[in-house]
Each structure stands twice: as structure tokens, then as C-alpha cells.
Write a protein that binds this ligand. Structure first.
Ligand code: CO
Length: 661
């Protein structure tokens, strides 16, 4: 199979991110087919991924798009593929909610739950019992419903809801949870199915208004001088109309999807004049936040921010100097609004270069040389707000071939009323204010293409060699390599005590010493899903129970918890696909890497949480024949004075500008 490093202009056009014109032309066909009524909401719209095998064989057809449509009057849901250039509907499937689950949440649902619940007598009575009578202060927070718990819930489109007190329009409502009351609402029929008043816990009263100087009531920290980063000759990258980005030998195509956010395609790096592929497609294909407080009012809290909420659609517009620093290039994100019309999120994607510290350095005592080079990285990022939390997704490419992903979690932790000293399932963050323990579990979908499509995976481990004839002093260490040959072999846990990592090689391409060219995935090895193996969430998020899965490439296998996650009973996605137990040895494979945070909130996380981060690293491992950065020039900054330089250390600075030395 031809290596995808040979991406042609045709392939780049086929894979280009959805445009406003794409959305408009697809809408016309859906509308003409009678699929769009006055009460139809577009839950999802995106590029229907072409089959990679057809793409590289040059036989790919016209661009197709996938639309998920829900009629919020009847609840009828369609999963449609449309081909605008052929003027036709390719497929149209009506979902059975009891089996298939529900399409992702649409914006309408956020507003309507409060409107409906504010009129419900049972909820009003529960609020009155707590002395809460001013409806203008009572915010109702709709939460994805997990799965049906009784016959009355089966097949219905549900939200489970909590109430918060927002004392004034500028107050942070998360500081005042009305804990103990869960409301269950059918958002199609707009019926409140149940109001369950489990326990009467006092509403925490202390405010959390970090955004108001009057509440913070502290002088600003003194002495912080400006940091400004300038690139007087501009950035070192270029980007074309199909968002093909070229930087320092790297090339890739930047895409954006309503569900996954950033999608990086055909990531390749130049090596002595040859463009060599590394990854065909990289994205964060799912993320889920399971809460670990089993109390009756909140056991169901598990939010799939990709599959249930489509986090890409919640991308922030970024601001120069606040969200991104330096010489920034922004791209807009274009998604379909719930009305099926193009919705442009200006400046959603941030692209810039950063200094990345020392790349390499040595002062040699024998030959007297002293050399160092600085590393830099290309940063491609976006930030989303999903309810109380905010997440930044950062892809980094480095000069030495390293690829890194970092998720930054910030925002406001989900709160509860703290039941009392010694409570096992939450932290107390302010008087009477709890923050349930929880996890943030991400799934990176890495469709690897190390020097071509056919790759293999070995597990690497550091091992102590037993004392014996080949190791008489007991000091021998070696690396164990175990080939993961099938999908059942290739479901693995990290083990940092063994430095366990996963080597993705191409058995068909060798480096200059005869080894297979490879990249290694280094996991952080934080906990995977902590939930009972018989629990609903274990079945729905089985992907998160292993750090690594490897599957054979199949274009329809895109989302590790399945296509329709909202209220899905479970078992979809990875656990279903791997039942086939396909070979993953020297064939076209996809890696699915679970990483994330297990979060026991600290006092310092309140009222707004300093960024916590999680991610992974991919490094070349015998991919190059030697250090690939010997061609990196010495730094030209006038703040850097190489020992071999002849100029006076202070000569480049005008008089009076010496105080910073
Ligand atoms: Co958290």
C-alpha cells in the first residue's frame, strides 16, 4: 500500500474540514428529502470519513457528510449520510432509542429543562421545604441521564437535573448546590417524570465569585512585569487553503470536527529530503467524566463530553495575549448549528510556535567543544467550555520528531453539599461545599502510519535479568519486547514500575542498522476507569478500562464508546469490535490510548481550578538513522552568546539597558 506521506492535492481536498458551503449544500438535499421540519434539530454534522484504502488507491468518490437529526416534537431520530455533489441521500437510518440510545444533546434542551421544571409542583414543594422561593435565583442544570432505570424511562430522551442557587445575576451558582433533589425530565414530551427528594442538606452559603474584584478583596499581586514574545520575521510555518500546515520539516492537515474538535491528518516529517508519514489521523475521539459519589441523588453522573455533548461545538473564540501568547495564527471553526445552518466560531484554533528549552547540549572535556541548540515546538490547540469545566486540547510537534498531546483541565469543579466530616466520596472545598471525586478519561484515536499503512505493535518493558552465567554479578538489565498480534492480545494496561510503553513499527521499512522503523507511545499510566465491572458505566465506557487497545483499521470504527453514546445501554465501540479478534500484526492498525486524571479536588481548586493536565508522548525510536536535529542552527537571539562568538557580551545592548543582565 502506498504510504500516506504521498498525500496529493486530491486527497487533501477530500479530507478538508467542513466548510460553510458544504453545510449549506447538504442542508438543501436533506430539506428536499423531507428530513428537515420546523422542529428538526441538527444534533451533529460532519465529514463522513472516506475509506483510507480507496483514498490512497485513487478511487475515492465525492465528499459525503453525516448528519444526525432529531425531531424534538416527536423524538424521531435519523442518522443520515448525504452526498451534495451527487445530489442524493446515501443512507438514512431511523434510530430505535431503546436499543441505539439517543443522539447527542441539542442546545434547546439546556434552556427548556429550567422552563419546564420551574412550573412543576413537586419540585416547587421541594424548594419551598428548603426556604427557596425566588425562582429567579434557581438554576436548573440538565445532566445526561446515564441509562433508563425503570420501565417508565425506557426509550425516552431524558435529562436528570440538579438545582443551584444563583443569588444575583453575577453570582457563581456552582457555589450553592441544592443537593438531595434529582428531577427526571423527558425533553421531547417536556414532562417531568419524577422529582426525588432524597435528603435535605443545607445549601452552602459562601460565595465563589473569583471573577469579581470586590469578592476577591485582595490587592493584585505586585511586581509582575510584562512578558512579550515577538517573532519579528513572522512565524516559521505556512498554511494553505486546505489547512495543510508546514513547519520545520513537519507537514499535516488541520481539520476540525463538531464531535472531536481538532483532527490532525497525514502527519509527516521530512528526513533528508524525503517526506515520511507518522500518523494518518489523530484525534481525541471520546472523553468521559465519571463521578465517584454513589449517593442516590448523584450516582448517575457520567458525562461523555464528546459522544453526548459534542465538545467541538463548544469551542471558545480565543483572544490574542490572553489565551495564546506570541505570534499567533488563528483558524475559525465551522460547525452546523442546531438549525442546520453554518455556525462560525471565530478564532477557535490557535497555531503558534514556542521555545521549548534546551534541545541538546554538551561541553566536551577532551576536545574543548561546547555546543547547545534550543528546541521549539509547533502548538495547535483549542479550548472548550462544557458546563462547569473548561478543557484545552494541545497538540505539540517538536524539532526532534516528538509528538505530544496535552489536555488542560480548568474551570469550576462540580459541586455538592458536603455531608459532614469524614465523608468518603468528596472533598470539602469551602464550608459545607463538597466536590465529588471523579475522573477525566480521554481516548486518543491514533490511526498510525509509520512510514506506510502496515504497522505492528510491541510492548516494551524494562526487566532485571536473573543472576546466572550471562549475568554473574546480577547487574544485567534488558528490554523485553512482546509482539501484540491480535486484538485480544492488544488490550493492555500501563505499568510505570516496568516503564511499559508501546512501540509502533513498520516491519517493511528498516533504518540504517537494519531495525524496523518505529515510534513509541509513552503513557502517563494514571488510573483507568474505577467502576465495578458489572456497573452500567463500565459497559458504556469499556474503552476507559484499558490504557491501550489496538484494532484493525475499519473506517466506520471511529468512536471508542460507539456512535450513539447518550443513554446507550453499553457494549458498543471497542468491546464490540474486538470480538472479531482480528490480526493487528503488520497490517493497517489504529491505536486507542486512554489517559486522564483521577481528581480528588484540593482546596486550591476552588473557586476556580488552576490548570491540571494529562496527555501522552510519541517519540521516534529508530525511525531516523541518528539524532535528526544536527541540522538545527545555533540560536540567533541576541540574548544568547555562544562561547565561540567573538562579540562582546554587552555590545548588542544600548547603554542603560544593562540592568536585566
Ligand atoms: Co476534575
Amino acid at each position: 500500500m502506498t504510504a500516506p506521506s504521498l498525500a496529493t492535492a486530491d486527497i487533501e481536498t477530500a479530507l478538508a474540514t467542513v466548510s460553510a458551503a458544504d453545510i449549506a449544500s447538504a442542508y438543501r438535499i436533506l430539506d428536499a428529502a423531507g428530513l428537515v421540519s420546523a422542529t428538526t434539530h441538527f444534533s451533529y454534522f460532519g465529514l463522513s470519513e472516506p475509506d483510507k484504502r480507496e483514498l490512497f488507491a485513487g478511487t475515492v468518490g465525492p465528499r459525503q457528510f453525516r448528519a444526525m437529526l432529531i425531531d424534538m416534537a416527536s423524538g424521531e431520530q435519523h442518522d443520515v449520510v448525504v452526498s451534495p455533489s451527487e445530489d442524493r441521500i446515501v443512507s438514512d437510518r431511523i434510530l430505535d432509542p431503546a436499543v441505539d440510545g439517543q443522539l447527542p444533546v441539542v442546545l434547546l434542551e439546556f434552556g427548556l429543562v429550567e422552563e419546564v421544571i420551574h412550573k412543576d409542583e413537586r419540585w416547587l414543594a421541594a424548594m419551598r421545604k428548603r426556604g427557596l422561593t425566588d425562582l429567579t435565583q434557581l438554576r436548573v442544570n440538565p445532566l445526561s441521564a446515564q441509562v433508563a432505570q425503570n420501565e417508565n424511562e425506557v426509550g425516552r430522551r431524558l435529562q436528570r437535573c440538579f438545582t443551584f442557587v444563583q443569588k444575583t445575576p453575577e453570582d457563581l451558582g456552582w457555589a450553592h448546590p441544592v443537593d438531595g433533589v434529582t428531577v427526571i425530565i423527558d425533553v421531547v414530551t417536556r414532562e417531568v417524570l419524577d422529582v426525588i427528594d432524597y435528603v435535605d442538606l443545607p445549601v452552602p452559603q459562601e460565595d465563589g465569585n473569583y471573577h469579581l474584584a470586590s469578592w476577591v478583596n485582595q490587592p493584585e499581586r505586585a511586581g509582575l512585569k510584562p512578558i512579550e514574545i515577538t517573532q519579528p520575521q513572522g512565524p516559521s510555518f505556512t498554511i494553505d487553503d486546505n489547512h495543510v500546515l508546514s513547519w520545520a520539516g513537519w507537514s499535516l492537515q488541520v481539520g476540525f470536527d463538531q464531535r472531536e474538535g481538532l483532527v490532525l491528518r497525514n502527519i509527516a516529517i521530512e528526513d533528508e529530503g524525503t517526506r515520511r508519514s507518522v500518523i494518518y489521523r489523530a484525534s481525541i475521539a471520546e472523553m468521559m467524566v465519571p463521578y465517584g459519589d454513589p449517593s442516590p441523588q448523584r450516582w448517575f453522573q457520567n458525562f461523555f463530553d464528546c459522544g453526548e455533548y459534542l465538545l467541538g461545538g463548544f469551542a471558545n473564540s480565543l483572544e490574542l495575549g490572553c489565551d495564546c501568547v506570541g505570534d499567533i495564527t488563528y483558524l475559525d471553526a465551522i460547525v452546523a448549528g442546531n438549525d442546520g445552518q453554518p455556525h462560525i466560531i471565530p478564532q477557535a484554533i490557535c497555531i503558534h510556535e514556542e521555545d521549548a528549552g534546551i534541545l541538546w547540549k554538551h561541553s566536551d572535556n577532551w576536545n574543548g567543544s561546547s555546543d547547545s541548540r534550543r528546541n521549539r515546538r509547533l502548538v495547535i490547540s483549542f479550548f472548550v467550555t462544557v458546563g462547569n469545566y473548561d478543557y484545552g486540547f494541545y497538540w505539540y510537534l517538536y524539532l526532534d520528531g516528538k509528538i505530544e498531546h496535552e489536555v488542560k483541565a480548568t474551570g469550576v469543579v462540580f459541586t455538592s453539599a458536603y455531608p459532614g466530616t469524614g465523608y468518603k466520596f468528596a472533598s470539602e472545598l469551602a464550608p459545607g461545599l463538597g466536590a465529588p471525586y471523579h475522573q477525566h478519561l480521554f481516548s486518543a484515536r491514533l490511526d498510525m502510519a509509520v512510514d506506510g499503512l502496515d504497522n505492528s505493535v510491541d510492548e516494551l518493558e524494562a526487566v532485571l535479568v536473573p543472576r546466572g552465567p550471562e549475568n554473574p554479578h546480577g547487574t544485567g538489565i534488558t528490554q523485553l519486547r512482546t509482539r501484540l498480534t491480535t486484538e485480544s492480545d492488544a488490550q493492555r494496561m500501563a505499568d510505570n514500575s516496568k516503564g511499559r510503553s508501546w512501540l509502533v513499527s513498520n516491519p517493511g521499512v528498516q533504518n540504517r542498522l537494519g531495525g524496523d522503523v518505529a515510534y513509541v507511545l509513552y503513557p502517563e499510566g494514571q488510573p483507568t476507569l474505577l467502576a465495578d465491572s458489572e456497573s452500567d458505566i463500565h459497559a458504556r465506557a469499556t474503552y476507559a478500562t484499558k490504557h491501550l487497545w489496538v484494532t484493525a483499521y475499519e473506517p466506520t470504527e471511529q468512536y471508542p464508546a460507539g456512535d450513539f453514546v447518550n443513554q446507550h445501554p453499553g457494549g458498543a465501540g471497542l468491546p464490540q469490535w474486538v470480538k472479531a479478534d482480528r490480526s493487528v500484526d503488520n497490517t493497517d492498525i489504529v491505536l486507542w490510548h486512554t489517559f486522564g486524571l483521577t481528581h480528588f479536588p484540593r482546596l486550591e481548586d476552588w473557586p476556580i481550578m488552576p490548570v491540571d493536565s494529562a496527555g501522552f508522548v510519541l517519540k521516534p525510536h529508530g525511525f531516523f538513522g541518528r539524532n535528526p536535529t544536527l541540522d538545527v542552527p545555533e540560536s540567533t537571539s541576541d540574548h544568547c552568546h555562544p562561547a565561540s562568538g567573538s562579540h562582546d557580551a554587552d555590545a548588542s545592548h544600548p547603554a542603560g539597558d544593562h540592568h536585566h543582565h
